[in-house]
Design a protein around this ligand. Structure first.
Ligand SMILES: *Cc1c(COP(=O)(O)O)cnc(C)c1O
Length: 462
């Protein structure tokens, strides 16, 4: 199995990025519950034949569809060790928890946070954003909110983020009981950053209406265009208004690993909390999200609970409090920290940063090629690693969505489609450390060929 996966990673480029799943194959996964044992060999064969060739393909250098990391062989091996150990990282007196604490220290160091900051591995930034909203809520309303709920406060809390923010922030407001209407989506400027004047006006209007502003979420690397909000300015507004300042840095925050990119994230060090993913630009295998909270005590107070079966001791297996389960909703937790620790330990922070900067260099190359090509147009400024563009045509929306599907089905490069200011864009998010100039060239070549083909007069119009 190890050999198969090394072969897979070594020969990725010879495979299609993605290929559609034949209906008959899908059917073979509608079997009744197997009662008798089967052979490991047979299960392995089916994995190789039926599952492996039909994954999303984010390990492939031609994958540019969404902001997905590529993974590494080192991460894969660490996952094997973690699975063999089968550690439960809810807590207790064990070295695996120390590994998570070590990674937390590295994260604090990277983001310039104090030693009192707390950190926790979670599934992804969706969960990390939810945790941040909950800590901000407890900070705004006091510990009693955990017993009495939101309604008892008699206040209507409202939060703020950019209209370009990821949908999981609205979802976090929903899950936390505020409802998505309590999240104000502030318009963006021409560079797709939150318009700070509009933010201040909205806060003032909400206060005048008797509402209680409590939370601002800035974005460092927006999902659509890679835009970075003006974090320094947002931190000032949060400070003046006494609001919790959270940053969704799902993929962008790790740009701190690159000396060339880090200055673009100025202001990040002022955040009250940062959500980000090791599984995107950090290239750690899925899943490996992370939440960092400046004031570890507030974080602890939001989640810790005194259950008898979680009783702590000074010595023995139940020592070592506080435990990871005191900082989030999960009690049973996998050893995600190990694959992050291995990745950082083996590649080193500088090399990870160089791979992040490398994807931005490729994005700039793609943007330059698009600007030099009259048949194509760039639809948003390229700040980091995401390029939104399209083939110019009369019925451009339909044509470009057709191009995206054809590219994906063609298996050479796989961008995705998004909508910017009502216009359909081909979106190339370059995240994978395996992507090269030749993959960018292939994207351009195939896009132009498809666009030319679909605009031929003889061609049935989409
Ligand atoms: C990917 C992403 C998320 C969601 O993170 P998950 O790890 O998929 O839960 C949130 N915000 C931004 C900006 C993202 O790019």
């Amino acid at each position: 199995m190890l050999d198969d996966m090394f072969d897979y990673l070594e020969h990725l480029r010879e495979r299609p990025v993605w290929q559609p799943i034949p209906p008959e194959l899908r059917e073979t996964f509608r079997q009744p519950l197997p009662h008798q044992p089967g052979s490991l060999d047979a299960a392995h064969q089916r994995f190789m034949r039926d599952i492996l060739p039909h994954a999303v393909g984010n390990a492939h250098p031609g994958f540019m569809g969404w902001v997905h990391g590529g993974g590494t062989p080192v991460g894969m091996l660490a996952e094997m060790l973690a699975a063999g150990l089968n550690a439960n990282l809810g807590g207790r007196n064990q070295m695996p928890v120390e590994v998570e604490r070590q990674v937390t220290r590295w994260v604090r160091e990277l983001f310039g946070f104090p030693d009192s900051a707390s950190g926790l591995f979670v599934t992804g930034t969706s969960m990390a954003n939810l945790i941040a909203v909950l800590v901000a809520r407890t900070t705004a309303l006091g510990l009693g909110v955990r017993q009495r709920g939101l309604a008892a406060s008699g206040q209507t809390l409202v939060g703020y983020t950019s209209a370009g923010a990821h949908g999981c922030i609205a979802q976090a407001m929903d899950l936390a009981g505020f409802g998505t209407d309590a999240l104000r989506l502030i318009p963006m400027d021409a560079a797709y950053r939150m318009d700070i004047t509009a933010l201040q006006q909205t806060i003032a209007a909400d206060r005048a209406a008797g509402l209680t502003p409590f939370f601002i979420a800035g974005t460092a690397g927006s999902v659509n265009t890679g835009a970075i909000d003006d974090l320094t300015h947002l931190a000032e507004v949060a400070e003046q208004e006494k609001l919790w300042f959270h940053i969704d840095g799902a993929y962008g925050a790790l740009a701190m690993l690159s000396p060339e990119l880090a200055p673009r994230l100025a202001g990040l060090e002022h955040a009250d909390s940062i959500a980000f993913d090791f599984h995107k630009w950090g290239q750690v295998p899925y899943d490996a999200g992370f939440i960092l909270v400046r004031d570890g005590a507030q974080h602890f107070d939001t989640f810790a609970s005194p259950a008898a079966y979680l009783h702590r001791e000074e010595r023995g297996l139940a020592a070592g409090a506080p435990w990871p389960c005191d900082f989030g909703p999960d009690l049973s937790r996998s050893f995600r920290a190990l694959k992050a620790w291995f990745t950082i330990q083996v590649y080193g922070a500088d090399q990870l940063g160089a791979s992040i900067a490398g994807t931005c260099t490729l994005a700039r190359y793609l943007a330059q090629r698009i600007e030099a090509e009259p048949k194509l147009e760039l639809l948003a400024p390229v700040g980091l690693n995401i390029v939104c563009f399209r083939y110019r045509a009369e019925n451009a929306d339909a044509l470009n969505s057709r191009i995206v599907v054809a590219l994906q089905e063609g298996g050479i490069v796989a961008p995705s489609a998004t909508v910017l200011d009502g216009r359909l864009a081909i979106r190339a998010a370059i995240v994978n450390h395996r992507t090269r100039h030749s993959d960018i060239d292939a994207l351009l070549r195939a896009t132009l060929a498809l666009g030319d083909q679909y605009t031929q007069p003889s061609e049935p119009q989409p």
